[in-house]
Design a binder for this molecule. Structure first.
Ligand SMILES: [Zn+2]
Length: 235
């Protein structure tokens, strides 16, 4: 076989190893994505629960301020009542005091409900935070396993990449470029065997004179249709 073709085929074997390792590395991703998806859903729930605590707390604070304002106004009315002389004015003030008292009572019961809501929101937030911690603990062994596999895969890839580069050094720059250019195209590999007189990749028939060149290892022929390099299969 043509010496350069041998080097090319050797390089292709090394690249196949790299491709297989890359596929292996990529196969770890869906599992990791699934874990991340579950985690972020629970994280969002926990964060939303925390926001509801803050909202409920704010609402309670607003009611407290409102009630405090009513109390001050009510106190002023009472003081005013003490020195008011006119009967009409006094009865108006009494009516105001009664009305304000019922408004205050309503606001106070609203405050009690808001305080309950704060507690409920806090309970929910605690539960959501606990669920998040539980999920993290549950996922930890699986994540460690995946991380270990990734490290292992990266190591193998690095070694395979180095071997691949070493194999490529056996080719001159022009052939390296030719090989890379074919691989950047549609064919997954750069070299295919001659099969039944046709390109092993796209099955286009190879003209007789070129077939002869391939079989006698005179030169390196490429497929006229798809551009891959063609080698004699028997060897
Ligand atoms: Zn072809």
């Amino acid at each position: 076989m043509h010496a350069e073709l041998k080097t090319l085929l050797n390089l292709q074997e090394k690249d196949k190893i790299v491709m297989a390792l890359e596929a292996e590395r990529k196969a770890l991703e869906p599992e990791l994505e699934e874990l991340n998806g579950k985690l972020s859903a629970v994280e969002e729930t926990a964060a939303a629960a925390q926001v509801r605590v803050e909202e409920a707390d704010e609402r309670r604070g607003e009611l407290e301020a409102k009630i405090e304002g009513y109390r001050i106004m009510q106190e002023r009315r009472r003081q005013k009542l003490e020195w008011v002389r006119g009967a009409k004015e006094a009865s108006n003030l009494m009516a105001e005091l009664d009305l304000a008292r019922s408004v205050l009572a309503k606001e106070e019961s609203e405050w009690v409900r808001s305080a309950d809501r704060v507690q409920e929101a806090q309970r929910n937030a605690e539960e959501a935070a606990a669920a998040l911690e539980e999920l993290k603990a549950e996922q930890a062994p699986k994540r460690e396993e995946i991380a270990a596999k990734q490290v292992e895969s990266d190591d193998k890839l690095q070694a395979a990449g180095a071997e691949r580069d070493e194999a490529a050094r056996g080719l001159d720059a022009a052939m390296q470029e030719r090989y890379s250019r074919i691989r950047r195209g549609r064919a997954p590999l750069a070299l295919y065997p001659l099969r039944n007189g046709a390109c092993g990749h796209c099955f286009t028939s190879v003209p007789l004179h070129r077939r002869q060149k391939i079989l006698t290892s005179e030169g390196i022929e490429s497929c006229e249709a798809c551009g891959v390099l063609i080698y004699p299969e028997d060897e």
